[in-house]
Design a protein around this ligand. Structure first.
Ligand code: SF4
Ligand code: SF4
Length: 376
């Protein structure tokens, strides 16, 4: 692997939220304290060293920043207040930008004006679709209610059109995300190393991907188990809601008022509870700033939390208004819900804060591949 110093790297990293990167004097306490650092994958001190030396390619080839779950133990014990936990967090933003071939991730992470402008742009497009485009095809507001007193949602937001749009959005986002994850794989396993991994090892270790996505066992090794629980509820609620609105929308967006114990309503209630619980812990933690992991919030953290909270609230309002036969309130909530949901999925999922949900399990998988790499 050729070693190329980048004298501008330190200035570049500051744009991703890295604070006093030069405070560290390499005592190694953080690495010793980290519950997730292990032989072969030592962090955070080694990564700080790479940062300070301007070794951008070596950072790009590192999987370690993704193995950190930001428990904050290293920051609490650092004798120099170098805040290694936040340095790792900022590195993840930087690395997301390096993997992203479109360059949008870098734009969104380094300019809140840019990110807000795109969110507003997509929100306006959504509103115009409901106010101008769909009515011109005969889909519009009706005060007529269903036989059981519910709102006729599908006459305003036709299920087939919304479902087709959801699928198109999911395919675009998945393609972008997977292409960037392939670049991550290439950087860590191939580009900057002289090693290779057999096809059999790739197949054998695939279970790690699913297991880590669903359980996040490494996160549970951190001292604060409570945060792991709330994060798990948030992640599971989000995943269920995403699958339901993309894959099972015709089953979910019904006009009939189903009994409260119906699986469709129970699943919706669980996902809503999971999201609200996770969001409550994350927002209150960031407002109180008592725990280290909540003390330094990047603008992208707040934007993601704000958009997700508004998506959940508008989703709850749609449900309440729909089953209580309030058409206008239902339609307005539906437009507001989509105007927040669409930019969140198109921007946050592939390019910004949300993408860590995909990068992390892949990182654990790639780390395992790296352990099994042989010289080529
Ligand atoms: S970040 Fe702090 S604890 Fe870690 S090596 Fe540097 S000075 Fe020591
Ligand atoms: S924040 Fe926690 S998991 Fe991350 S490097 Fe520090 S001690 Fe390790």
């Amino acid at each position: 692997m050729s070693v190329r110093l980048n004298p501008d790297l330190r200035n570049e990293l500051v744009q991703y939220g890295i604070g006093d990167w030069n405070a560290c004097y390499h005592c190694g306490t953080c690495t010793a304290m980290c519950p997730l650092s292990e032989e072969g994958f030592l962090f955070p001190r080694k990564k700080i060293r790479l940062m300070q030396m301007g070794l951008g390619d070596q950072l790009e080839a590192s999987v370690e920043p993704w193995l950190c779950y930001y428990c904050g133990d290293c920051t609490t014990t650092c004798p120099r207040d170098a805040n290694p936990g936040e340095l790792m967090m900022s590195l993840r933003r930087f690395m997301t930008s390096r993997y992203d071939w479109t360059g949008l991730s870098k734009k969104f992470y380094t300019s809140e004006v840019w990110e807000l402008a795109w969110i507003i742009f997509f929100a306006i497009l959504v509103v115009l679709s409901f106010v101008i485009v769909l009515p011109s095809f005969g889909f519009h507001y009706t005060s007529e209610l269903t036989a059981d007193g519910g709102v006729k949602v599908n006459s305003f937001a036709p299920i087939r059109i919304i479902e087709t749009f959801d699928w198109a959005m999911a395919i675009i986002v998945a393609t972008l995300l997977m292409s960037n994850i392939l670049r991550m794989y290439y950087a860590i396993i191939w580009k900057h190393t002289n090693t290779k991994v057999s096809l059999w090892v790739h197949i054998r270790e695939l279970w790690l991907l699913i297991y880590n996505f669903m359980v996040q066992p490494k996160f549970s090794k951190c001292d604060s188990k409570g945060y792991w629980v709330s994060h798990w509820f948030l992640m599971s609620g989000y995943t269920i809601m995403f699958i339901v609105i993309v894959v099972f929308l015709p089953w979910f967006q019904t006009e009939e008022i189903l009994p409260v114990y119906d699986p469709q309503r129970l699943l919706g209630y669980y996902a809503t509870f999971g999201l609200l619980f996770g969001l409550f812990i994350a927002i209150v933690g960031r407002v109180k700033k008592k725990e280290v992991k909540f003390q330094f919030s990047h603008i992208s953290d707040w934007l993601f939390l704000a958009m997700l909270t508004l998506t959940v609230i508008t989703g709850i309002l749609i449900h309440i208004f729909r089953i209580n036969g309030m058409p206008m309130a239902t339609y307005i909530s539906y437009i507001a819900h989509m105007a927040i949901l669409v930019p969140m999925i198109l921007i946050e999922v592939p390019f910004s804060k949300w993408s860590h949900l995909a990068y992390r399990p892949f990182a654990v998988y790639i780390a395992q591949l790296k352990k099994n790499a042989v010289p080529r």
